[in-house]
Ligand binder design. Sequence first.
Ligand code: G3P
Length: 214
Amino acid sequence: MKFFIDTADINEIRKAKEYGILDGVTTNPSLVAKVKRPYTEVLSEIVKEVPGPVSAEVISVECDGMLKEARELAKMGSNVVIKIPLIKEGLKAVKILASEHIKTNVTLCFNALQALMAAKAGATYISPFVGRLDDITSEGMDVIEDIITIYDNYGFDTEVIVASIRNPLHIKYAALMGAHIATIPFSVFESIVKHPLTDVGVARFLEDYQKIPK
Ligand code: G3P
């Protein structure tokens, strides 16, 4: 299972990299807005910082505009993945970008049939938003399970990125279901390594080590 970090904050990305298990980054316009710097400047810095896939989202909502933006963003590096919203115009753009060997991450997916359409269009990745579904009392993780079943049924190569993660359990269930990737906010990324019994255990081993005759 691959771990991506869901942020546009270069400091968070650098800290996450220190764990040695970071596989990629996903961003979106809301995340870039938080860092209060120009859009392409932020994205190009991240693309250089991380060797793995970096998702950069288009702003246009019609196919031609998406293609223009996608081709520009793709010039930033071979690891750039173009994030495209799951709308009709987006599917058209994904199909054309796939024929140009430009990787895509189809975002704002909220059900399994949307994910099926994205895979048929040739999406490299699909991003179902589990937290936003949970927020409206819909089971986000059920959508992940359905997508994985459908993709397996037909042998689609599209990788499932579990997105809009709110807590460690989203990651646990994603792994149990065999999702390819979890894109994780920095605070959740830092929390999953921690267990109080691990900390107590480390402290006790250190204490007992001092009792060993030198
Ligand atoms: O990057 C897309 C996704 O992870 C957004 O999450 O927390 O805004 O629902 P959130």
